[in-house]
Design a protein around this ligand. Structure first.
Ligand code: ATP
Ligand code: MG
Length: 412
């Protein structure tokens, strides 16, 4: 089944908004066993919208269109579908009642033009939108499945997952295994994965900020047991503890909360990025006690109790200072674990023996020295990810773990 995505909206073509819908569809559809073959981005122009729908319907089996379902003059999706599929728009009293009810409940005044949203092409099924006023719709014509979804991601995502994807359900003849690993060069991961997977399955790697995502896909008969065998081989080759599922910060936050471990952060070069990541997760207040952005030497001394003489002797960017920062924030906050990062984010600040990107990361008494590549924000992102992964390993293996058996090192 060939899928085509149509992203609509002039803002997308003016660089004001970034199209995140395509990536979302592509990921979800790939998992479901469908692949996106084409993508068009169209501005809010009625004629071009009709042309785009016609082209998509002529060459694809599934057409997913987003945006333009609002009630205003620049929302053309309903009219374009009417013209492209030769189906007059029909008024749906039930839909109108639901829209009015929504406005009444949220006590927002409603303009009469909102009634436009109660029209859908003849024979189309309405896709409910519990997160907004604009309902979506879908129809089938000449073997083509067409769905129109609202633009805002928080409305579009649930509508797609709850009401569109189930209608597309194909019999999947493959299974996926996906894990992430942090801090190991992509080339090394690739070599180990290639050897472990062999001809048993296909695999792909994606890299972001030092985190490599490994996706293995096994198809055909016996795929379940083949994939399980590949997973075991991968765990052996890369170290089972080094592999995790989902987002690193969510994973770490979940572990902190479920184990009742409290943590405090002292961030220099990451400027609060680790705290930002952890505070994205609801419920983290049970574990994250505090976070200090101690950028100057003076604040490292005053807020964390790092000895001035230590900074003078070793430099603010050093293993010794990172350890003293982690110990200082843990002692002052009463947290079980202190985490600290100090480093040179660049572009300036390098010294004879400390290049740009050099960071010292401490979790309790465990310190790692790393030199991260990239510009300022890359160094910050990589350092935050690396520190979170150290915290993950420490939570997994318990107190006293100081990275001696960290697979990352064994792989180097
Ligand atoms: P509304 O009723 O809010 O007008 P709509 O269905 O008419 O919804 P649009 O007006 O096209 O949708 O888009 C509304 C907002 O949704 C945009 O301003 C943008 O923030 C977001 N949006 C739309 N398309 C995309 C996209 N492809 N990727 C990411 N965000 C998008
Ligand atoms: Mg709109």
């Amino acid at each position: 089944m060939k899928v085509e995505v149509l992203s609509t909206g002039s803002e997308l073509l003016r660089g004001k908004n970034v199209d995140t819908h395509l990536g979302f569809f592509a990921r979800e559809l790939y998992r479901a066993g469908l692949e996106v073959r084409h993508h068009q981005t169209i501005d809010d122009h009625p004629g071009r919208l009709v042309d785009a729908i016609k082209l998509a319907a002529a060459r694809s089996d599934v057409v997913l269109l987003t945006g333009g379902l609002g009630p205003t003059e620049d929302d053309h999706t309903r009219a374009a579908a009417e013209e492209a599929f030769h189906r007059p728009l029909v008024y749906q009293p039930a839909l109108w009642a639901r829209i009015r009810e929504r406005f009444r409940k949220s006590r927002t005044p409603m303009a009469s033009i909102n009634r436009r949203q109660a029209f859908v092409p003849k024979g189309a099924a309405v896709l409910p939108n519990p997160n907004g006023t604009a309902p979506g719709f879908c129809l089938k014509q000449d073997g083509v499945f067409f769905a129109a979804l609202p633009g805002p991601p928080r409305e579009m995502h649930p509508m797609f997952l709850d009401h569109v994807l189930p209608r597309l359900r194909v019999r999947r003849d493959f299974e996926l295994w996906e894990r992430k690993i942090q801090g190991v060069p992509e080339g090394t991961v690739d070599e180990l994965v290639r050897r472990a997977v062999g001809s048993r399955a296909e695999y792909g790697l994606t890299v972001r900020w030092g985190q490599v995502t490994i996706t293995v896909r096994a198809a055909g008969p016996g795929r379940g047991s083949r994939l399980a065998a590949v997973a075991r081989r991968l765990e052996r080759a890369l170290g089972a503890d080094n592999l995790y599922e989902g987002d690193l910060h969510e994973h770490v936050a979940g572990r902190l909360i479920s184990s009742g471990t409290t943590v405090a952060l002292a961030e220099s070069c990451t400027g609060g990025l680790i705290a930002h990541r952890l505070t994205e997760v609801p419920g983290i207040s049970a574990s994250l006690l505090e976070s200090a952005v101690t950028y100057s030497n003076e604040s490292k001394i005053r807020l964390l109790g790092v000895p001035e003489a230590l900074i003078r002797a070793k430099g603010a960017v050093s293993a010794e200072v990172a350890r003293a920062m982690a110990r200082g924030i843990a002692a002052r906050s009463g947290a079980h674990v202190g985490v600290a990062v100090t480093g040179i984010a660049g572009p300036g600040g390098a010294t004879k023996d400390k290049p740009v990107g050099r960071c010292y990361l401490a979790v309790g008494g465990w310190v790692e020295e790393k030199t991260f590549r990239g510009d300022r924000s890359a160094v910050k992102e990589r350092a935050a990810g690396f520190a979170l992964n150290m915290l993950r390993l420490r939570l997994l293996r318990g107190e006293g773990y100081a990275g001696a058996t960290m697979g990352v090192r064994a792989l180097r």
